[in-house]
Design a protein around this ligand. Structure first.
Ligand SMILES: NC(=O)C1=CN([C@@H]2O[C@H](COP(=O)(O)OP(=O)(O)OC[C@H]3O[C@@H](n4cnc5c(N)ncnc54)[C@H](OP(=O)(O)O)[C@@H]3O)[C@@H](O)[C@H]2O)C=CC1
Ligand SMILES: CC(C)(CO)C(=O)C(=O)O
Length: 324
């Protein structure tokens, strides 16, 4: 099985390292000092007391890697449109593209049925670059649960978690998603194949939609946001608005908002990825986590006053911090 991981950072590096160790023919796309370190001394993964190193081929331009069985895209959501052209040599007639990316995926309305079938989302796929350049029929959805970081160039650290839920946009249990799940399991992950992945996307999105912007605005950890009555209420209001949108789109929520908040509180003194990006002066994943929910609200005719308010503050915060 040939798998190219496009964006071998925290999540891509974790996947790439474990898949390579389990015998998959892995290639990595990375850049900068991280790429240089991988080329020089391999890609190392540290989780708890365990540490190992793998030596897959790695490049910034994957042109020489050739067509793959799977391409796992593990970039930040806003980075994906910019690589669609470079990704083309990796795509053969049957190549599936796994989007290991937070937020609302650009393929969301593919194979969903009903009146919104085939609808594009301008917030996550401006100009339909991904829809036209990758094609929704190649997409396999993925909800990413592990927390990981690039600890230093060439070294990825798994902080917590081992689950990547997978699913076809149509909900079918196809051979390609089954084989991929088997490869993930052989590599040491949990990889349930979900017939209704969108339900899970929304529950994860609840947290990212609310806690990530609030943390970027307040510099607070998840624990602090949940413990503070005011910010907890803001998160709850945002989640309830999103819940109404999800319900209108046919989503079934397996947990309620309060349980979701308790789950986030239990994570503890953790800085969300958006706060980490802000502190490092990197662009924020605002569009996939927040703007896309606003866009979906407009699509189904529901207002999003709390989300709009936080989104406005977040966008200005990103601009003044030079992270837009
Ligand atoms: N990290 C985590 O714990 C979690 C992350 N997620 C989600 O997973 C997705 C990936 O996040 P994460 O792994 O943290 O991100 P990272 O920034 O760690 O990884 C992305 C990697 O891709 C590289 N890259 C970006 N653009 C290019 C390019 N054009 N060519 C080559 N390499 C490129 C980046 O390099 P550079 O650093 O130079 O930009 C970086 O090394 C996001 O949607 C995130 O929200 C979800 C759950 C947890
Ligand atoms: C910590 C968590 C779960 C916040 O919702 C997250 O996914 C992130 O930091 O992006």
């Amino acid at each position: 099985m040939r798998i190219c991981v496009y964006g071998a950072g925290a999540i891509g590096g974790l996947l790439g390292a474990r898949l390579a160790r389990s015998g998959v023919d892995v290639s990595l796309v990375a850049r900068g000092p991280h790429l240089a370190a991988i080329r020089e001394k391999g890609l190392s993964l540290e989780s708890g007391a365990e540490r190992f190193t793998v030596y897959p081929q790695a490049a910034e331009d994957p042109a020489s890697f050739g067509p793959q069985d799977y391409v796992i895209v593990a970039l930040k959501a806003h980075q994906v449109p910019g690589v669609v052209e470079r990704l083309q040599p990796l795509l053969g007639p049957k190549t599936a593209v796994v989007l290991a990316v937070n937020g609302v995926p650009w393929w969301y309305f593919h194979a969903i049925g009903g009146e919104l079938e085939g609808r594009r989302l301008a917030s996550v796929d401006p100009g339909d670059v991904q829809w036209n350049g990758i094609g929704p029929e190649r997409a396999i959805g993925c909800v990413v649960y592990p927390a990981a970081e690039v600890a230093e160039p060439g070294l990825v650290r798994l902080v917590d978690g081992d689950r990547f839920s997978l699913g076809e946009p149509s909900g079918e249990r196809t051979e390609r998603v089954t084989r991929l799940a088997e490869a993930f399991v052989a590599a040491g992950f949990k990889a349930p194949v979900r017939p209704r992945l969108r339900d899970e996307i929304w529950v994860k999105l609840w947290g990212n939609l609310s806690f990530n912007p609030i943390s970027a605005l307040t510099c607070a950890t998840l624990e602090q946001i949940c413990a503070d009555e005011g910010t907890r209420a803001v998160a709850r209001a945002m989640m309830l608005e999103a819940r109404e949108i999800g319900l209108k789109l046919g989503v079934r929520f397996a947990v309620d908002v309060d349980r979701r908040i308790e789950g986030a509180a239990a994570v503890g003194a953790h800085k969300t990825s958006m706060l980490q990006d802000l502190e490092r002066g990197r662009a924020l994943e605002t569009d996939a986590l927040v703007t896309a929910v606003q866009e979906m609200g407009r699509l189904v005719g529901l207002p999003t006053p709390s989300i709009d308010l936080v989104a406005a503050l977040l966008r200005l915060r990103a601009r003044t911090a030079g992270c837009a």
